[in-house]
Design a protein around this ligand. Sequence first.
Ligand code: PEP
Ligand code: MG
Length: 592
Amino acid sequence: MHKGIAVSPGVVVGVAYRVESVFGSTEPQTLADPEQIPAEIDRFNQAVSLSTVELEAIVLKVAQQLGSAEADIFKSHLQIVNDQGLLDKVRSLIENQELTALSALQIVLQGYAASFARIEHDYYRERLADVRDVISRIGSHLTAFPHAMPATSNNGSGSEHADEPVILVAHEILPSQAMSLGNLPIAGIVTETGGGTSHAAILSRSRGIPAVSGVTGITNDVRSGDLMVVDGRDGVVIVRPDREATAAYRKMQREFFDLKDRLVLNRDQPALSADGAPIELLANINNVADAQAAQKVGATGVGLFRTEYLFLTHADVPDEEEQYQHYRQIIEDSPNRAVTIRTLDLGGDKTVPYLGRRSEANPFMGWRSIRLSFEHPRLFERQIRAILRAGRHGKVNMLFPMITTLEELRYVNRLVEETRRNLRREGVPFGEDVKTGVMVEVPAAAVCIDAILRETDFISIGSNDLIQYLVAADRDNPKVAHLCEPLSPAIFKVLQMVLDACQRTGTPVTLCGEMAGQPRSVLALFGMGLRRFSMSPAFVPTIKALLSSVTTAQAERFAHQVLQLKTSEEIRGYLTARLHEVSSALEVFDSA
Ligand code: PEP
Ligand code: MG
């Protein structure tokens, strides 16, 4: 049994599938028959040609959209893709060791990784990231990361568990890879790295896939084809469970999914507390599929659309027109066409090569989010234009992440005004009533909330970041995950301060961090006066059911008590007991 961090609730029994990024299985694969060698080399050559064509197009587009310095990165990728030494190594492995092209690429990459690791100079050592990128690009033309996955009813393990659902086991899942998981028959996810609010964790949650992260050593302990249990509530992973444990967890799995299916039947009911107070339950989305999921579960709008996923999954830089079309599609597919669109929040654990790769000791504290937009004003302005233009097609808000100072807010407001003027002058139609708002996720902004509220239309509390910055503990680092605890006195005090300021000024406020979908936190937040919660679509039915079981007065009592407690342990204990009283059936949807 392994213990990790519970990141996405639910229980699943399934068969392990170990992956290493684009390469699918980590075990080297040989060709079934030596006669396949020439065809395999052809396939490899074709993948190289396709990658070259792709990179040439990217160089042009990036130069045009961002400038020649940014395009240089891809020029260097073009050199790598045409490096005869690299290509010959792969061909020779296919020929002499009868490996598949993908396995040969993987072995070549491992060789490079070993030699780069010996380089002392940081700059050159970091060029490995470029080699890795190029090799992954070629690999994706041989068989993309998602396509390397087994099919639904037969997980390809060739084991006795061939019909079991698939549990992905990986060292790390990058946000861009996690995006493609939605199309795959994955029933559970276990990773060695990552914390409760890592973006890959958030994505598993939005897909309703039980997941556990921070499970040290799991990739050594499990082989593809092993039966395993993932309990995303307690953060427990069991490899090769015995018959008794398998039966017990299968029963829990059935109960969990039956309850989830029953809850979603509340989709057409309004969200009301037991005494009839109206609450808005909104969805956090990353793409069109999520917008559609938000409709299906009965969310009344989108409280947070993370636009960076368009950039992470796009072959090159999306230009203004591409962004406009994408945002328009999202708006049209979202509940009530109400969407809060957040400007780019790259950096931290989400990077795109064309904005430059900088190695930073503390990426979450560094060149991230709106700071990156400030450094690329043309890119930023094009995004603002695209959002304003899409604003004609629904009720659209524009949200700025990671605002830290009033100066930043003023600069952003000026930029929006200027962009509106330009659009007007050019005669380009746009949404005149698009409101602009600030994500309160840096403690400095929370502390100066009164000044912020005077100069913005609305705010959205990003509790994931607010927590990590308040407690100075990286949300991605499992070693300090115990500090990234939403149920803590410091967090509730800051939240109360922000909510009170919004109440005094009548400013609309949403909370869009993961707390908004966690039952115990929701009980306290509702009692503190919060009425707009934005969460992964999968949690909307649960939170609707929960709030319908509690009265405003009851929740106010809970909140009052929480604000008196001095430790996280006391708050956890107190809210666990209240959740049990209010709705014990929903306890399975919270993490232990
Ligand atoms: C947050 O920080 O709470 C948030 C919603 O934004 P993200 O998780 O994308 O950083
Ligand atoms: Mg954030």
